[in-house]
Design a protein around this ligand. Structure first.
Ligand SMILES: [Zn+2]
Length: 147
């Protein structure tokens, strides 16, 4: 057991729109997906109950962030001024999410892994080793933590 790497995984669903700036075909048009983010959590050792972290804690800490900032929002690149200006005038009760990256599944997975997970899990002793982000049933991107 002590030579094994144990992870636990929580799947988080959210709905969001995006536009892939510079895309050669249909993804340049604003559209949306039912995304599924799979968070793989690891810790130096399991807790006294034998867990990496309680599944509900991942849901609360990472799912909570996604609910607030990405679910039922529109992700747009900070350089995509035309789309930002157009979407600003669309009514709704959530803000656009202006990304410091083009919102591809790859960049979104990397942002969750490198920026959001460390912040949301700070002080828990748990880290996210991998994020898999499904954009459709057949298409997903994987971000893996460098050691
Ligand atoms: Zn898309």
């Amino acid at each position: 057991m002590e030579h094994s790497i144990i992870s636990c995984t929580r799947k988080i669903h959210f709905c969001a729109g995006h536009r892939v700036m510079g895309h050669e075909s249909k993804c340049a048009t604003p559209h949306g997906h039912n995304y599924y983010a799979h968070f793989f959590a690891e810790a130096e050792k399991l807790d006294e109950l034998g867990r990496v972290i309680d599944f509900s804690s991942i849901k609360e800490k990472l799912g909570g962030w996604i609910d607030r900032y990405w679910d039922h929002t529109f992700l747009v690149c900070d350089r995509d001024i035309e789309t930002i200006n157009a979407m600003k005038n669309v009514p709704g009760n959530k803000e656009l999410f202006i990304c410091p990256f083009n919102p591809t599944a790859e960049n979104m997975a990397a942002y969750l892994l490198d920026v959001i997970a460390p912040k949301q899990l700070e002080g828990t002793g748990v880290y996210i080793s991998k994020v898999i982000l499904y954009e459709t049933d057949n298409c997903y991107a994987t971000a893996i933590r460098k050691i």
